[in-house]
Design a protein around this ligand. Structure first.
Ligand code: 1CP
Length: 335
């Protein structure tokens, strides 16, 4: 039996599927209580028992239609030999890239380091498939990973330097293409039915650099996912021209941010669309939430639309409001 998301992309719409980016973490008290006892974030991601528990937490609470595996995009630089730590109130902190280490990483050692993630997917899949829900694996897009790897911290607030398309950058992009495919394939083999590609910082690039840093490298991953008979979702956050992105990359599903007008997207894009709602809306009152959610649902009129946010759930979000959001979406499509 197909999942709601599979039906949606095949134009056999029955109900609006719903899941939320960053649904597994930060705002949930049951996550926070595990996190408090596990200070090393990378270690927590590599603890299969706890990670699969965290992955399922939002499904238990809200009955979302898909679970996104609890992991992080920065586990790839970590498995490529770059040290990564997360500092409280600062975010990620990466050590300088050591090219000698990077050039010597083998597929086997990479897969061994990330094996707990694959085990988490297997456990999640077992728990979920009986309920006919998708298990979503993910990767950071090459540009976003390159940015963290070279910047060594979050580029938030303009905190980054522009870099050239020189040989050094080109070599890292090639390395990322190779190892992201290895990571994607292992996630699919373990049971991920969908792979989301997060290009969280695509919006920082000028138009002239999109081809090299965004379209080409993401298309390479999307083609690979299709070859493996899985489904791709692309989230090129904050780019100006989603239509051009879709024409160049041809993913199964495109996830939109909240700066873009959803009716323009509906009128210009001919594939399944996901997301859009500003996560800050969930910090407002119920009337505002209902109005804004209904706006998205009405715009797409139950056609090839997956309900989600325009970026991740914010840490200050009240879980009761997430419950309300799910109720609004389900009652709109008569579920
Ligand atoms: O639902 C989930 O939470 C699933 C697991 C998940 C996902 C899909 C986490 C856990 N991280 C991610 C993706 C991710 N990680 C992205 C892409 C999505 C986005 O734009 O938000 C990015 C950019 C990261 C990098 C990252 N991880 C940052 C830096 C963000 C920035 O502003 O530059 C941070 C702070 C993290 C840590 C992290 N990852 C995940 C959680 C729950 C946390 C918080 C850890 C904590 O409790 O301190």
């Amino acid at each position: 039996m197909n999942t709601l998301i599979q039906d949606c992309i095949n134009n056999k719409f029955s109900k609006t599927p719903i899941w939320l980016m960053r649904q597994a973490g930060r705002y949930l008290p049951e996550f926070r209580s595990i996190r408090e006892k596990n200070q090393d974030f990378i270690k927590l991601c590599l603890n299969t028992k706890l990670s699969s528990q965290i992955t399922i937490q939002p499904i238990t609470r809200f009955d979302f239609d898909a679970a996104i595996v609890f992991s992080d995009i920065l586990l790839v630089p970590y498995a490529l030999g770059q040290q990564v730590s997360f500092k409280k109130d600062f975010g990620p902190n990466l050590q300088k890239i050591d090219l000698k280490i990077l050039n010597e990483v083998k597929k086997e050692s990479f897969l061994k380091k990330l094996n707990p993630v694959y085990e988490t997917i297997k456990e999640t899949k077992t728990k979920l498939s009986a309920n006919n829900k998708d298990t979503i694996g993910f990767v950071g897009a090459p540009w976003t990973l390159l940015l963290y790897m070279l910047n060594r911290k979050s580029p938030k607030g303009g905190n980054f330097n522009v870099f050239q398309k020189d040989k050094f950058v080109h070599d890292i992009m090639l390395k990322l293409d190779k190892f992201l495919k290895i990571h994607i394939e292992a996630q699919i083999k373990s049971g991920a039915s969908i792979i989301q590609i997060f290009d969280s910082w695509a919006g920082l690039l000028p138009e002239k650099d999109l081809e090299y840093f965004v379209y080409k490298p993401i298309k390479s991953l999307v083609d690979f996912i299709r070859q493996k008979e899985s489904i791709s979702i692309c989230f090129p956050r904050n780019i100006n021209n989603y239509k051009k992105f879709v024409e160049n990359v041809n993913p199964d599903i495109v996830s939109i941010d909240y700066n873009i007008d959803p009716s323009t997207i509906r009128d210009t894009i001919d594939i399944t669309v996901q997301g859009g709602l500003d996560p800050k809306i969930l910090l407002q009152n119920k009337d505002i939430v209902r109005n804004e959610v209904t706006k998205y649902l009405k715009t797409f009129d139950k056609k090839r639309y997956i309900f989600n946010l325009g970026h991740g759930v914010l840490p200050d979000t009240n879980p009761d409001m997430v419950k309300y959001l799910v109720d609004v979406v389900r009652s709109f499509s008569g579920q």
